[in-house]
Design a protein around this ligand. Structure first.
Ligand code: GDP
Ligand code: IMO
Ligand code: MG
Length: 427
């Protein structure tokens, strides 16, 4: 009963889409368990490039059933535009399953996300503006709208009324916005009901039965460990649990079923939006990482903040996720540096600290302590095995592995499916 979790070990955009797609051909189900269309997962297959936001990356593998679990928040307009886009490119999306318990991102959730950010001014989180936080807030406040609510008009109307009751007061009195009409929202949501129906399923039952039948299930995280609402750099986080435990709650599968947890780890670090980032670079090295790594957001088109590899964060990701493996991505981007700094610890108020500080204020003051590792200049994009890598690249990988606390079982040397060195098999 092999159930694998594949998740981001840093602040997102580590290459989860590519890693999921690589395994997609050998697994029966790929499941998104949290987040929504704040994610942007790039998959490159031959000369085709796909940007997936809400749909699991397994949708590009014909034998694989893609599943949107109960923990995901679904914007129906985005769902259908993504499905249409794939259908136009010849991708069969008919196997998709969506949990009836998944919450819906309503138009008012998107509005609230945008106005809240605007009013926060320079204290803003830098969200993707997709309505993610307000939709999860409604879920926790027990005024959320679920996919299954679309099939009972009277319940739906009552729920939208309840959700808008307080929100309209806030929108009009605090934010000077127009009130949102219940009827209009209900009509828009009902408009999706018939189109959604064929996909709606009891995904918890489907996935547990699949595991009983020894099918392979891969859980694909969105975002990353440091963006986790509980374990990330709060409040500069997303509003869900991308960490491994989120796969259990967000898909309804018990922890005893999960056999492997793979952390996707970029060979350097990036972050989008606000919040602390100890190894961030503001010089030409940062600019070079951005340029060579193509570090521009898939969802919002924002430039990603770039910095050196941070082993403190990698160790933390190993701990909070119980990682069994790392998939190290974008090693090729580091080709050409004479020396590569790696952050091995922090200095906080004059003291050396080896592990992620517990206090937010301390983390905001953390200065990276760097160790310099020798670089390499040879093109590594054609490397097929570990021994094809130049000695210094091998040493860089080994050093990261030692510092990070879990074996590096695969290495990405380019964006394509085949541009991967597999060291230990994941299945
Ligand atoms: P995700 O959100 O974790 O799926 O990652 P993104 O798709 O947002 O960003 C990762 C970017 O790096 C994408 O453009 C990928 O095509 C690309 N990528 C993934 N792995 C590698 C790699 O090993 N080398 C290079 N050069 N690019 C990669
Ligand atoms: P993938 O899956 C990188 C960031 C946003 C913001 C914070 C909260 O492609 O790795 P939200 O809209 O979720 O409320 O924004 O989280 N963020 C991401 N950063 N990759 C992502 O997804 C992200 N999804 C959200 O930039 O700082
Ligand atoms: Mg991304």
């Amino acid at each position: 009963m092999p159930a694998l979790v594949l998740l981001g070990a840093q602040w997102g955009d580590e290459g989860k889409g590519k890693a999921t797609d690589l395994l997609g051909g050998s697994v029966d189900y790929v499941v998104r368990y949290q987040g929504g269309n704040n994610a942007g997962h790039t998959v490159v297959v031959g000369d085709q490039k796909y940007a997936l936001h809400l749909l699991p990356s397994g949708i590009l593998s014909p034998g694989c059933t893609p599943v949107i679990g109960n923990g995901v928040v679904v914007d129906p307009s985005v769902l259908f535009s993504e499905l249409n886009g794939l259908n136009e490119r010849g991708v069969d999306t008919s196997k998709l399953l969506i949990s009836g318990n998944a919450h819906i991102i309503t138009p008012y959730n998107v509005t609230v996300d945008k106005v809240t950010e605007r009013f926060l001014g320079k204290r803003k989180i830098g969200t993707t503006g997709r309505g993610i936080g307000p939709t999860y807030a409604d879920k926790i406040n027990r005024v959320g709208i679920r996919v299954q609510d679309l099939y009972d008009e009277s319940i739906l109307t009552q729920k939208v009324e309840a959700a808008l009751d307080a929100k309209n007061q806030i929108l009009t009195k605090l934010y000077n916005r127009r009130a949102i009409a219940v009827d209009q929202v209900v009509e828009e949501l009902l408009g999706y009901a018939d189109k959604l129906q064929p996909y709606v399923a009891d995904t918890v039952l489907v996935l547990n039965q699949a595991l009983e039948q020894d099918k392979v299930v891969l859980f694909e995280g969105g975002q990353g460990t440091l963006l986790d609402i509980d374990h990330g750099t709060y409040p500069f986080v997303t509003s869900s649990n991308p960490t491994a435990g989120g796969a259990c709650t967000g898909a309804g599968v018990g922890p005893t079923k999960i056999s492997r947890v793979i952390g996707i780890l970029k060979a350097y670090t990036t972050r989008v939006g606000s919040g602390p980032f100890p190894t961030e670079l503001f010089d030409e090295d940062g600019e070079a990482l951005r340029r060579i790594g193509g570090e521009r957001g898939v969802t919002t088109g924002r430039d990603r903040r770039c910095g050196w590899f941070d082993a403190v964060i990698a160790r933390y990701a190993t701990r909070v996720n119980g990682l069994t493996d790392f998939f190290l991505t974008k090693l090729d981007v580091l080709t050409g540096w004479e020396q590569i700094p790696v952050c091995v610890a922090y200095e906080i108020d004059g003291k050396r600290v080896e592990e992620l500080p517990y206090s937010q204020s301390d983390f905001h003051h953390a200065k990276p302590v760097y160790e310099m590792l020798p670089g390499w200049s040879e093109d590594i994009s054609k490397a097929k095995s570990f021994s094809d890598l130049p000695k210094n690249a091998q040493a860089y990988v080994k050093a990261l592995e030692e510092m990070s606390g879990a074996p590096i079982s695969a290495i990405g040397v380019g964006p394509g499916r085949d541009e991967t060195i597999e060291i230990n098999s994941f299945l």
